[in-house]
Each structure stands twice: as C-alpha cells, then as structure tokens.
Design a protein around this ligand. Structure first.
Ligand code: ZN
Length: 88
C-alpha cells in the first residue's frame, strides 16, 4: 500500500474542525513549527484513527491532533495558527 492511500486532504476533517472550533477552519492558515511552511488546513494531510491528525503537507510534522471522546473532543495544536472567528 502506498503512503498516498493512507491519508486524505485536510478538507476531509471540515466537519470535525467545525465541531471543535465552532467555525469553518479549512481556510485557516498554519505555519509549521518545523519547516516554516504556511498552508491552509485544507491542504494538510489528514489521518483518521482513534482520533484525527493533520500533518504538514511539506515535512509531515504534526500540526493538530483531536482525540474524540464521549461528549468531548480533546485538541492539541502545534505551530502558529491564524484564523478569524465571527463576533456575535
Ligand atoms: Zn512542515
């Protein structure tokens, strides 16, 4: 099995990201802590398992981990994130 078959693009996590942050997040920009690349979350590599992981599309370092537990999501962020949220 090739590595390409193991991951999807970050847009595959759009629903989980919305649920976790309360906003559309696929256009949010993350600057990688390892290689410095800035890219939208939708361009990251998405992996599903017991939870979800987004990895840098250039170096593969982890940018986001979401643990999915009963009644809550546990979120770990890495790198520098920039996104906007609506004010009420
Ligand atoms: Zn990187």
């Amino acid at each position: 099995m090739s590595e390409k078959l193991l991951w999807l693009d970050g847009n595959a996590l759009a629903g989980l990201l919305y649920e976790s942050f309360g906003a559309e997040m696929t256009a949010a920009v993350r600057r990688c802590q390892s290689c410095g690349t800035q890219s939208e979350l939708g361009a990251h590599r998405a992996y599903w398992g017991a939870g979800a992981v987004l990895r840098c599309p250039v170096c593969g370092d982890i940018g986001l981990r979401i643990g999915i537990l009963p009644g809550r999501n546990v979120i770990h962020l890495a790198g520098e994130w920039t996104f906007e949220s609506q004010r009420p």
